[in-house]
Design a protein around this ligand. Structure first.
Ligand SMILES: Cc1ncc(C[n+]2csc(CCOP(=O)(O)OP(=O)(O)O)c2C)c(N)n1
Ligand SMILES: [Mg+2]
Length: 391
């Protein structure tokens, strides 16, 4: 974290001794689009890699559309929770660029392992955005097919999915599905707080020594619930990769172009058989940790305002306007599409059927088991014992 960064200096906690401060100097960000919306032609990573993107006008507009849609659907989910229609929601507000940039960098054959906040990546994988809402409404288990969409189930156990991803990626490598330009790569999403978990560090070791085709994508949104980054690390997170023997890079996670560029590069290296790497997407969680959290208890308004000035959508809009790649009609049309999709999502959520109690036995094993069948029968008899039972 940068010296003088409001995320460090404005917090009321006792500061660590200066000589042991986590990070000094400016954050070493790969950036291709400034907060003001100015394009940077190319940016050099810590290992000398030069990052650039070459999108068509249509593709630039497409990225903007993704960002707006993802934010709107997320806001609708937060509203649904507030109205009692969902049990919980973990908003991605502020992290749209990191997710859309990395999500669009995935090729169709690549496999992704998300946390519980990757609604933007889920959207980029072509999964119906109602899927996680069923999970958080408590009416299903979030039932998309990971194999069909190459997007694993949401994982709430912090860091666990990095081990699942490592095992999966080792399998990809052992099956010989790496080493060519159309090889398969794997990406594991996790947060800054997860880097303190044993699971994540074990995943780093195994991925490294087995040369797994895996991109560790850490969204550093500055907090693990109420715990700020300085409680997780004394060095910038991306530099930890060096100790495990693979490259690390820090990207401006509020810059969709740079997030795309570094992820595409890391995935391509992985698919070619060059092993894992770590991307630290430096971003900010603009909202609460989840709808159960009140961030005003542990961070101050000026910090949030400082990050609002780095908003991922505003800078993309400024860029499109300045380059005359989009006009007022385009922006109005995107807003209208987002509004309509949010309304459609809401209607469908409200109409999700409640599950039958016995359905909890359905997906335990692919082909059932005698013991489970007995339990199901016993539970059915129990339900039927109630007067007027429909079961
Ligand atoms: C193993 C485990 N420990 C604790 C928790 C409780 N918990 C839920 S979210 C969270 C913080 C995670 O922070 P971070 O990794 O930065 O991800 P973010 O929520 O900021 O995206 C914690 C500690 C958990 N879900 N799993
Ligand atoms: Mg975090």
């Amino acid at each position: 974290m940068a010296k003088g960064d409001p995320a460090v200096s404005s917090r009321g906690r006792r500061a660590a001794p200066r000589s042991r401060r986590a990070t000094t100097g400016e954050p070493e960000l790969v950036q291709l689009l400034t907060p003001a919306g100015d394009r940077i032609e190319s940016a050099t990573g810590p290992d000398g890699t030069e990052y650039r993107v070459d999108f068509t006008d249509e593709e630039y507009r497409g990225l903007y559309r993704d960002l707006v849609l993802v934010r709107k659907l997320d806001a609708e989910a937060t509203a649904l929770q507030r109205q009692g229609e969902l049990g919980l929601w973990a908003s991605l507000l502020g992290q749209e660029a990191a997710q859309v940039g990395s999500g669009r960098a995935l090729r169709s054959q690549d496999m992704a392992f998300p946390t519980y906040r990757e609604h933007g990546v889920l959207y980029c994988r072509g999964i119906d955005p109602i899927m996680p809402l069923g999970l958080f409404r408590g009416v299903d288990q979030g039932g998309w097919d990971p194999n069909e969409f190459k997007f694993n189930m949401y994982t709430i156990v912090i860091g666990a999915q990095t081990l699942h991803a490592t095992g999966y990626a080792m399998g990809v490598h052992m099956d010989g599905r790496t080493g060519t330009e159309d090889g398969e790569a794997v990406i594991a999403y996790f947060g800054d707080g997860a880097t303190s978990q044993g699971d994540v560090n074990e995943a780093f070791v195994w991925a490294s020594v087995f040369n797994a085709p895996l991109v560790f994508f850490c969204q550093n949104n500055q907090y693990a619930i109420s715990e700020p980054l300085e409680r997780q690390t004394r060095v910038p997170l991306y530099r930890r990769a060096g100790g495990f023997g693979f490259p690390g890079v820090r990207v401006d996670g509020n810059d969709v172009l740079a997030s795309y560029a570094v992820t595409r590069h890391a995935l391509d290296n992985a698919r070619l058989g060059q092993g894992p790497s770590l991307i630290e997407a430096y971003t900010y969680r603009m909202g609460a940790h989840t709808t159960s959290d009140d961030p005003t208890r542990y961070r101050i308004a000026s910090e949030v305002e400082a990050w609002q000035a780095k908003d991922p959508i505003a800078r993309m809009k400024a860029f499109l306007e300045r380059q005359q790649l989009a006009d007022a009609d385009f922006f109005a049309e995107v807003d209208e599409q987002a509004r309509a999709e949010a309304v459609h999502l809401r209607e469908r959520v409200l109409n999700l059927p409640d599950p039958q109690p016995v359905s909890m036995f359905d997906h335990v094993y692919p082909h059932g088991s005698p013991e489970l069948d007995a339990q199901r029968a016993q539970f059915s008899r129990y339900l039927e014992s109630f007067e007027g039972s429909a079961h």
